[in-house]
Design a protein. Structure first.
Length: 266
C-alpha cells in the first residue's frame, strides 16, 4: 500500500515489547493490528507499548484484529483502502497554514511603500524635462525639414531656368548669325528667320510651352481675352479673329490670347 507501513508478526512471542526494527522510519503512518486486547485497559496498554516500540516512526494507526472475522488478503485490502480514504479526506495543518504563510511571505517581500512628496516632485520634474527636450527636438527637426524643402524648391527653379536659358542661347546665336550676313537677300533672310522660328518652337515644345490659337473655337474666359465683339455669320461667342496668340505652361496660362468674338444675331 503506497504511503503506509504494516507491522506484521515477526515470529516471536512479544514482538511489540522491543523496538521493531523491521518498520522503517519515515513520514508514512504505520498500521498495527492488535489481537486479544478486548478490555479497555488492555487496549490502552497496547497503545502505550506500541508507542514506545515504534517511537522511531511519526504516526501509528491501531486497528483491532477482532473486527476482522476472517483475516484474508481481500478484507485486509478493504480496510487499508478505507483508512487511506479517511486520511486523504482529513485536512492537514501544513496544507491549511501554507497559503497563510505564502501570503505573509509575499507581504514581507513586497511591502507597499508610498513615495514621499519630494520623490514624486522629482519624478514629475524629470518627466517634464523629458517632454520639453522631445518637443524642442521635434521643433528643430521641423524647422530643418522646412528649410531643406525651401532650398530644394529654390534649386529646382534655378535649375529649370538654367536649362531653359541654355536652349534660348542657341536661338540667340542663330539670330545673330543671320544678322551677320553682309550680302543677304530677302529670300535668304526669310529662310533664316523661318529656321530660327522652328528652333524656338522646338525649345517651347521641350519645356511644354504650348500656343493658344483659338480661331473658330468658343470663347473661354480662362484662356482668352476679348478686346471687342463684331458682327459675324458665325454663332455667338465664337472667336472670329486672333490678334495675339496666347501661351500656357503645362496647364497654367502664361498669357491669354487676344481675340475678337462674334456678336449675337438680332
Amino acid at each position: 500500500m503506497d504511503g503506509f507501513q504494516i507491522q506484521t508478526p515477526v515470529r516471536r512471542k512479544h514482538a511489540h515489547k522491543s523496538k521493531v526494527k523491521e518498520i522503517e522510519a519515515g513520514d508514512a503512518p504505520v498500521i498495527v493490528f492488535m489481537k486479544g486486547h478486548s478490555k479497555k485497559g488492555g487496549i490502552e496498554l497496547a497503545i502505550n507499548v506500541r508507542k514506545i516500540t515504534l517511537s522511531h516512526v511519526k504516526k501509528i494507526i491501531l486497528r483491532n484484529a477482532l473486527e476482522i472475522k476472517k483475516v484474508d488478503p481481500i478484507s485486509t485490502l478493504r480496510i487499508f483502502e478505507e483508512i487511506i480514504l479517511e486520511k486523504q479526506m482529513e485536512p492537514t495543518e501544513s496544507s491549511s497554514q501554507q497559503p497563510e504563510q505564502t501570503t505573509q511571505a509575499e507581504d514581507t517581500l513586497n511591502p507597499e511603500v508610498m513615495p514621499s512628496i519630494e520623490e514624486v516632485l522629482q519624478q514629475a520634474e524629470r518627466k517634464a524635462q523629458e517632454h520639453y527636450d522631445a518637443w524642442m527636438y521635434a521643433k528643430a527637426e521641423g524647422e530643418n525639414i522646412r528649410r531643406r524643402a525651401q532650398e530644394d524648391v529654390s534649386k529646382a527653379r534655378k535649375l529649370a531656368v538654367e536649362h531653359f536659358s541654355n536652349e534660348m542661347l542657341m536661338v540667340k546665336d542663330s539670330l545673330e548669325a543671320g544678322l551677320a550676313v553682309e550680302t543677304a537677300t530677302v529670300e535668304s533672310f526669310k529662310s533664316g528667320m523661318e529656321l530660327t522660328l522652328k528652333q524656338l518652337a522646338a525649345v517651347f515644345t521641350k519645356f511644354n510651352i504650348n500656343e493658344i490659337n483659338p480661331l473658330g473655337e468658343k470663347f473661354d474666359a480662362h484662356k482668352h481675352q476679348a478686346i471687342s465683339m463684331v458682327d459675324s455669320e458665325q454663332e455667338a461667342n465664337t472667336v472670329v479673329s486672333v490678334m495675339q496668340k496666347g501661351y500656357q505652361l503645362h496647364e497654367r496660362v502664361l498669357r491669354p490670347a487676344l481675340v475678337m468674338v462674334a456678336k449675337a444675331k438680332g
